[in-house]
Design a protein around this ligand. Structure first.
Ligand code: CMP
Length: 142
């Protein structure tokens, strides 16, 4: 089925000038970018996004990192977009990510891992709505 998923190019990959290379991977895989913007997260916005990880030992470092510089947030649309994007990204830990994936090619550590993608339809819907109004999403008819 055609799905939408939420994606982030994280501060490490923006700083390394990899926005275009990462967008090219999405497009080459047939995913369409239907919403996109650059934002610099406040601590409050980052903490809200990662609320499910609040009790994890890496939470403080995660919020520090995600607020350290601008990010790109985007909505990707396509056949099985949620799983397709996870395959493009590779494993959370770049040391375990398959060759040719975003994390393998652009990430340096599990903390600075270049990108984020929704893991399920429920989180995709929540994460998209956390960053985009419906009027900011542009359905593609061609
Ligand atoms: P992300 O998909 O953005 O969701 C939470 C982030 O926490 C994750 O990517 C990693 O970058 C980071 N993180 C750091 N340590 C861990 C860990 N042990 N397990 C999962 N995520 C971690």
């Amino acid at each position: 089925a055609i799905e939408r998923t939420f994606s982030i190019v994280k501060p490490d990959a923006v700083a390394a000038n990899h926005i275009g290379a990462i967008y090219a991977r999405f497009e080459s895989a047939g995913l369409k970018i239907v919403a996109s913007k650059m934002v610099h997260l406040s601590r409050e916005k980052a903490e809200g996004f990662y609320a499910e990880h609040k009790e994890r030992p890496f939470f403080g470092a995660l919020v520090d990192f995600m607020t350290s510089g601008p990010i790109m947030v985007q909505v990707l649309e396509g056949e099985n977009a949620i799983l397709a994007n996870r395959e493009i990204m590779g494993a959370t830990n770049p040391a375990e990510a398959a060759r040719g994936t975003l994390r393998s090619d652009f990430a340096t550590s599990i903390d600075e891992n270049a990108c984020h993608g929704s893991d399920a339809p429920e989180s995709a819907a929540r994460e998209i709505a956390y960053f985009f109004g419906e009027d900011e999403i542009c359905p593609r008819t061609r």
